[in-house]
Design a protein around this ligand. Structure first.
Ligand code: BT5
Length: 275
């Protein structure tokens, strides 16, 4: 596919990201592709060949961008950000779920900082703007001999999409910074802000200050406590009730209408009122 002309005026190449950027750990090495199947897939293979911690992979377009559970991530050139980065946490790594909360916090903060828009998180790591999905995170961990060896953190962010850029199936559920504000934003600036946030948060995790990441997640995810929800997951397929926080593994606690407490380790919040 020829590249969208918007990728020329707002490039998200390695050199565009590096302009004015002082990488600490993350982003010292950046690989850029005009088109690739999936940045997570590429980085998993690079990690197996010994790529250093902090390696970042960016692609203008993904032809097989992946979500969780074999779902697809629509990865449009010229308007979106498709980024993966490699972490190699020291042992003991601490609670794994914080490594899935962290990129949502980093993405939400970066998108807020660049746009000033009210970006929130929906459990566990969907990034939402006015009830629609703005960004998604796919963290893939590899362990061996009971030790966490590496985590590939993939994020897809919708920045300059117009409604016409989205497939019909996503027009009611997805949004972009541009759709919500009528303005366009520098994708490289969003990437720099995200890498800076990830760096800070990852340092907190390595220094056993995971509580800071959890507190930031809670502030950005007000629907985790005391809000009516319908969640896909749990013992009965779909749970309706009121959120009662997250437990020590990051599972969502939902008090059902019959008073029972449901613990949802894997699932998806389908409906939250008043967000
Ligand atoms: C996610 O999955 O939200 C994780 C998305 C991660 C994408 C990044 S891009 C860089 C890296 N390389 C990859 O191959 N992947 C990562 P999930 O929670 O399963 O959500 C997927 C669902 O979101 C789909 O089934 C659609 O309903 C919806 N969706 C797909 N593309 C979207 C988009 N661009 N914007 C908003 N919603 C989208």
């Amino acid at each position: 596919m020829p590249l969208d002309p918007r990728s020329q005026t707002d490039p998200v190449t390695a050199s565009a990201v590096r302009a004015g950027f002082q990488p600490r750990l993350l982003g010292r090495e950046i690989h850029y592709f005009d088109s690739i199947d999936s940045t997570n897939k590429f980085l998993r293979q690079a990690a197996a060949r010994g790529a250093p911690e902090g390696t970042v992979v960016l692609a203008e377009e993904q032809t097989a961008g992946r979500g969780r559970l074999n779902r697809t991530w629509e990865s449009l050139p010229g308007v979106g950000i498709h980024l993966s980065l490699l972490l190699r946490p020291p042992a003991p790594a601490g609670p794994l779920y914080l490594y899935t909360f962290l990129p949502a916090v980093a993405a939400a903060r970066a998108l807020r900082a660049v746009s000033g828009l009210p970006v929130f998180i929906q459990w566990p790591n969907d990034v939402m703007l006015r009830g629609r999905k703005l960004a998604g995170v796919l963290s893939e961990a590899r362990s061996s001999q009971g030790q966490l060896r590496e985590i590939i953190v993939g994020v897809g962010m919708n920045v300059n999409h117009t409604p016409a850029d989205l497939p019909a199936s996503l027009r009611e559920t997805a949004t972009s910074l541009a759709m919500a504000s009528g303005r366009t934003f520098s994708r490289a600036a969003v990437v720099r802000a995200y890498l800076g946030e990830m760096d800070r948060g990852y340092e907190a995790l390595r220094q056993k200050r995971g509580g800071e990441v959890l507190e930031a997640w809670k502030r950005l995810c007000p629907s985790h406590l005391g809000k009516p929800v319908r969640v896909q997951g749990g013992s009965a397929g779909t749970v309706r009730g009121c959120t009662r926080g997250v437990d020590e593994d990051g599972a969502l606690l939902v008090e059902r209408e019959d008073g029972g407490l449901e613990r949802i380790a894997f699932g998806e919040v389908r409906r939250v009122r008043a967000l």
